[in-house]
Design a protein around this ligand. Structure first.
Ligand code: MEV
Length: 423
């Protein structure tokens, strides 16, 4: 470790910046960037704070879930995501909107015991003390019961010879509840230690199989027609693409990445832990031993039917949600009243995103729709000003082949043609 890193965490932000500027040869302009993007609230949220990294936030429109219309804030750096979600949602809205499941979400925490000589006997001992275990968990976080939640059930799983997982089923009400679950598990773990068990770990599980959320939709195949294919042809191909994602993990991974494009963007906009949902989603996708697409599409007569199920243990209070002003603003735009409603919207956005990708793959391919948005990013990356972007994109659209070099040449040419266009 280099000397300047000693005690880095103790320094004031400005001092940290000064050190970094020296160490990494930052220009005055780069230092200004760090300065202008710094934020005193964000500074309180992480260790060794330097500045804030901004991402674009846009709004997905046209979403209808259980007959209610929503505008959905999405935070993403990927150019096509919000447009695709809005397009998918529009197609579904014209067909009655998304339908969603209604179950109350529960979380799981686990206390893993080792050195168990008799699984059945220990399970029985623990089952007899279920009420005691639940009350230890609930006393560790009494506010949870006041909010209508709390630990509700204890079950046991044999992991391997001698290893047993004591699983706590916990209702975290409106919160994601990670801290609550960990606090409860640790309290139960401590008690089990006093009862002479060896506790390997006491921690929440992000595989929230008791927080499954389903969104589904039914679309008239006629609405899927493209310039080159009929509606039934497109629907058939979407169903085949769905089958492909069920049988080939290479395709399933990309299929699910498309779903998570939408889901992550809403999770970030609503202050939820997107890494937790990502890991849970992928573990769930592999729950029968083979990694599969999280959504399925099939054709029944003149209808294309889509469905997506994944664990969505999201929250609307607690943690960074209560601190970040934009998150509260985004909740207001979404008219969110409960964590369950948020999970329903997120699952619907995931399916809308997936539908848009499926339709593009079944018709023109992905690149055709992405190109205009990619040209915009390319134009910015080669230094085009906002005043030049539209004209430059029009020029790129005329070219048989576009890359960085040809884009630079087109920009030079544009500046020669209208030297005052550059601002
Ligand atoms: C791109 O970010 C996501 C897609 O590749 C998803 C898919 O292929 O289904 C378009």
């Amino acid at each position: 470790m280099e000397d300047w890193q000693h005690g880095f965490y103790k320094l004031k932000r400005a001092k940290r910046q000064q050190l970094i500027a020296q160490q990494f040869d930052l220009s005055k302009k780069q230092e200004e960037l760090l300065d202008t993007q710094q934020d005193p609230i964000n500074e309180q949220m992480v260790e060794n704070y330097l500045t804030s990294f901004h991402l674009p936030q846009g709004l997905a429109v046209n979403l209808v879930v259980d007959h209610q219309s929503y505008v959905v804030p999405m935070v993403t750096e990927e150019p096509s995501v919000i447009a695709a979600a809005s397009n998918g949602a529009k197609l579904v809205a014209a067909n009655g909107g998304f339908k969603v499941s209604q179950s109350r979400a529960m979380r799981t925490g686990q206390i893993v015991l080792t050195g168990i000589s008799d699984f059945n006997k220990t399970s029985e001992w623990l089952t007899q003390r279920e009420n005691q275990i639940l009350s230890i968990a609930n006393q560790a976080k009494p506010s949870m019961q006041r909010h209508g939640g709390g630990a509700t059930k204890v079950t046991m799983r044999l992991l391997k010879n001698g290893w047993l997982s004591v699983d706590l089923l916990i209702d975290t009400a409106a919160a994601m509840g990670a801290n609550t679950i960990n606090t409860m598990c640790e309290a139960v773990g401590e008690w089990l230690t006093t009862q002479h068990f060896h506790v390997l770990t006491a921690i929440l599980s992000n595989l929230a199989t008791d927080s499954l959320q389903t969104a589904s939709c039914t679309i008239d195949v006629a609405d899927l027609a493209s310039t080159t294919s009929s509606g039934p042809e497109v629907a058939q191909k979407i169903a085949q693409l769905s089958d492909l994602a069920q049988l080939d993990p290479y395709r399933a991974t990309t299929h699910n990445k498309g779903i998570m494009n939408g889901i992550d963007a809403v999770l970030i906009a609503t202050g939820n832990d997107w890494r937790a949902i990502e890991s849970g989603a992928h573990a769930y996708a592999a729950s029968d031993g083979n990694y599969k697409g999280l959504s399925t599409w099939s054709v029944a007569g003149t209808k294309l039917i889509g469905s997506l199920t994944l664990p969505l243990p999201v929250g609307i209070v607690g943690g960074s949600i209560d601190i970040v002003g934009l998150v509260q603003l985004n909740q207001q735009i979404m008219k969110i009243k409960s964590a369950q409603q948020l999970a329903q919207i997120i699952a619907s956005i995931g399916l809308a995103q997936n539908l848009a990708a499926m339709k593009a793959l079944a018709t023109d391919g992905i690149q055709a729709g992405h190109m205009q948005l990619q040209y915009r990013a390319l134009a910015l990356s080669i230094g085009a000003t906002t005043a030049e972007i539209e004209t430059l994109i029009a020029k790129l659209n005329q070219l048989p082949h576009v890359d960085r070099q040809s884009a630079r040449t087109a920009l030079k040419q544009l500046r020669k043609e209208s030297p005052h266009g550059k601002n």
